[in-house]
Design a protein around this ligand. Structure first.
Ligand code: BG6
Length: 484
């Protein structure tokens, strides 16, 4: 099968940090169909050869990416081409069209990795130039809009040019192997399903912690903030994966229908729960890994009196028969104590105690998403050390580490998602109605913050966020894992 992958924003950050390394890995692993072209598109004036060497040098700057083996890279570079384009100029789309017409590939992927403001125009121009053929797929990166109205406007424009099955909306968390294993855990194994409900589960906690700050993206972050950057998409997708009903099969729409139901079942916001169940924070100066770091307001591109949040903790419920009354907590932020994404499923304690156990300790399933990728099942057992007291139990854990179990060369998120686009598999992509529902749910929080005099609560960089996040969960009688 032949393919052309057109990368709008071909010299941008996303292209060289994530997409090109993902494509290179797919190529190295022999997964990329051999007969392909990757056509970078940008305003720069570059020849194909200059584009190839630009990508090669940038690879070296990619965190964790080894310098590519020159022979391997040379073979991969053979796929790379460059077309200079001003995305607002119709004539430039005609030039792109001529390049595509050179061989009429079986599949044409248009990956729009540009500033979001260009999504609409780019789709319109692609259609105006007649490049939206039935074999074309369009890939859109987040953020898709900054609220429900702008998201709908983008989706409407995209719908004007493409049918839904041609549209691949990326949420790269769905491409992570650990997130796929969450689906495998829930729907490939029967063990936990009878326990996966309100009768046995006390609460569920989703944590996506980053130790990095906003880096060079201060200006972008000022207009975005953590709610839009992480909660509206990644965190809600994880909530769907953990809370959804078993889909009838593994087809894209069966999965997406169930995720949509979760989003529709989230308890609506009221003035009362908005003030009690949502905490926003902003990092102040502190230390991460022993190194002093500046506060958010001192980052380049950030206003010295910014009210943008770099941390969000919230509590919600999925109002249906399975989950009624079970709190779901989400917490995510930058400059926290470490890079750690995990989901904790906290089971209810034994209903009748015949042993003594440490207070508050019950069974817990921890789904580690990153940097560790695996499962921990926390149980209570009788220790060997106390020969007199056979009534007392101590916590123990079963550990499954997927990295060592399956080897380290696992498929990266972008490698996986790019291959899925080329192969036309939509399972791991977000449908427009899911995305709109997620915006509909976060919007009252954004509106509330506009009028809330409190502003984000400061927390020292290198900690777990503002104390109000602990107070929020403590009101229910629970605690975040590192505090229990
Ligand atoms: C992106 C956000 O979507 O996800 C970034 O825009 C964030 O702000 C990143 O750092 C986190 O992704 P990962 O894969 O490193 O957890």
């Amino acid at each position: 099968m032949s393919f052309d992958l057109v990368l709008f924003g071909g010299t941008g950050d996303l292209a060289w940090r994530k997409l090109m390394p993902g494509l290179f890995q797919a190529f190295r692993h022999g997964k990329l169909p051999a007969d392909g072209r990757i056509i970078g598109v940008a305003r720069d004036d570059l020849t194909d050869a200059q584009y190839r060497s630009l990508i090669e040098t940038r690879f070296e700057a990619v965190e964790g990416a080894k310098r590519p083996n020159p022979d391997e890279f040379a073979r991969f570079a053979g796929l790379l081409q460059f077309v200079r384009m001003d995305l607002s100029k119709p004539a430039d789309y005609a030039r792109l069209g001529a390049r595509l017409a050179e061989r009429n590939a079986d599949t044409v992927v248009m990956y729009v990795a540009t500033a979001p403001a260009l999504f609409g125009t780019t789709c319109e121009q692609i259609a105006a130039a007649g490049l939206n053929k039935p074999n074309t797929r369009i890939v859109l990166e987040k953020p898709l809009g900054h609220d429900l109205a702008s998201n709908r406007a983008i989706n409407a424009t995209v719908r004007g040019a493409f049918s839904e099955r041609q549209v691949f909306r990326i949420d790269h968390y769905l491409g992570k192997p650990s997130v796929q294993n969450l689906f495998a855990l829930r729907f490939g194994n029967a063990l936990f399903e009878p326990l996966w409900r309100r009768e046995t589960i006390a609460n569920i906690q989703i944590t996506i912690a980053e130790d990095l700050g906003v880096e060079k993206r201060g200006a972008f972050y000022e207009t975005t903030g953590t709610l839009r950057d992480m909660v509206q998409n990644h965190a809600l997708q994880l909530l769907c994966a953990i809370g959804m009903e078993p889909p009838i099969n593994a087809h894209a729409d069966a999965i997406r229908d169930e995720k949509l139901k979760v989003l529709r079942s989230l308890t609506p916001w009221t003035p009362q729960n908005l003030s009690q169940h949502v905490v926003r924070g902003q990092y102040a100066a502190g230390a991460v890994g022993g190194v002093a770091v500046p506060g958010y307001r001192a980052e380049p591109g950030v206003s010295p009196d910014s009210r943008t949040e770099t941390f969000v903790a919230l509590r919600t419920e999925i109002a249906n028969w399975r989950w009624a009354g079970v709190p779901f907590y989400i917490r995510t932020g930058k400059r926290l104590a470490g890079r750690d994404a995990h989901i904790e499923v906290n089971f209810r304690p034994a209903p009748h105690a015949i042993f003594t156990a440490p207070p508050g300790v019950a069974n817990r399933l921890v789904i580690n998403l990153q940097p560790k990728d695996g499962l921990e099942l926390h149980l209570l057992a009788q220790g060997q050390d106390d020969r007199r007291n056979t009534q007392s139990l101590a916590p123990v854990q079963l550990d499954l580490d997927f990295d060592s179990r399956f080897g380290l060369e696992r498929v990266g998120a972008y490698e996986r998602l790019l291959l899925d686009v080329i192969d036309g598999r939509l399972n791991l992509f977000v449908r427009s109605d899911e995305q709109e529902e997620a915006w509909r749910w976060v919007e009252p929080i954004l509106d509330f913050w506009q009028t809330d005099a409190q502003g984000p609560r400061p927390y020292a960089a290198g900690t777990w966020g503002p104390s109000a996040a602990s107070a929020m969960i403590a009101r229910d009688g629970y605690c975040w894992s590192e505090e229990c």
